[in-house]
Design a protein around this ligand. Structure first.
Ligand code: FMN
Length: 254
């Protein structure tokens, strides 16, 4: 039994409350870990029950997962999808729903998605435009999604919204966490031919195919081999201190 903490921000101080409880079970037969976490409020009421099928050993730096919600702690971007696993139409609907309800500047909702589940014609049409690097792994995911951005007002070079990029990123982030809650993993990527994708799906010039997401299940065996792929897949992060902008006044800093 592991005790996790809920981070509560109160008047610029961080307070830890023990509220999350998690159990981690190891299935020795299949050599997979499964994590079941019941997330309860400090008044004792339980508000979420999660069972995360696969626990990734590299998911977070040693010791950091105590500060994170289990969905965030278990998220990572695989290149090793289980090629036999499917993503159902209902799961796709749930992913799109998460994006649909993301916040956006002025509620402008500057996003649209091209969905291709493996085995469907749209999947083949998306796969055709992957670059060499992503073509190695992305087609094995259960679904590929093209993330489109409403960039300009039609027939002008005026930004549709100052925050379009920001908002699309946030919608995809929401989709990622919804995926995680369904036991699916997401790798977002830029490695595809934007112009070719636009031509393939009649994306007009005021829209842009910004990124793609490969979404699927990960087999434990494949999961274990990820560390050998590329050094940047070691998932190192800048330190907590480094990401805080220095707040001392200019005079104090001198
Ligand atoms: C906008 C964006 C573009 C990315 N492009 C690629 C890509 O072209 N190829 C790739 O393998 N991974 C790509 N990634 C995945 C990142 O490399 C990955 O998120 C990062 O290494 C951190 O790892 P983590 O997501 O497991 O924490 C991209 C991610 C984002 C958000």
């Amino acid at each position: 039994m592991l005790a996790l903490g809920a981070v509560v921000v109160a008047s610029s101080t961080l307070r830890l409350e023990s509220g999350f409880k998690s159990t981690r079970e190891q299935d020795l037969a299949s050599k997979t870990d499964s994590v079941s976490r019941s997330v309860s409020a400090t008044d004792g009421s339980s508000w979420a029950q999660l069972t995360i099928g696969v626990w990734h050993d590299q998911a977070v730096d040693e010791g950091t997962d105590d500060l994170l919600h289990p969905l965030l702690a278990s998220r990572w971007s695989p290149t090793t999808f289980d090629p036999s696993a499917r993503v159902s139409p209902a799961e796709v609907e749930s992913l799109l729903e998460a994006a649909r309800w993301a916040p956006s500047a002025g509620n402008s909702q500057p996003w649209a998605f091209i969905v291709g589940r493996r085995g469907e014609p749209e999947h083949g049409r998306l796969v055709r435009h992957l670059t060499k690097s992503s073509a190695v792994w992305a087609p094995t995911a259960g679904v590929l999604i093209g993330n489109l951005l409403h960039r300009f007002v039609q027939d002008t070079d005026w930004d549709y919204s100052e925050f379009s990029n920001y908002d699309l990123g946030q919608a995809v982030a929401h989709m990622s966490f919804q995926a995680q809650s369904l036991g699916l993993y997401v790798r977002q990527f830029r490695a595809f031919d934007r112009d070719a994708l636009a031509a393939e799906f009649d994306v007009p010039p005021h829209w842009e195919g910004t990124t793609m997401s490969a979404i699927g299940r990960v087999s434990p065996q494949a999961r274990r081999s990820t560390s050998a792929v590329e050094p940047w897949q070691a998932r190192q992060r800048r330190s907590p201190t480094d990401i805080r902008w220095p707040q001392a006044s200019t005079a104090e800093r001198r």
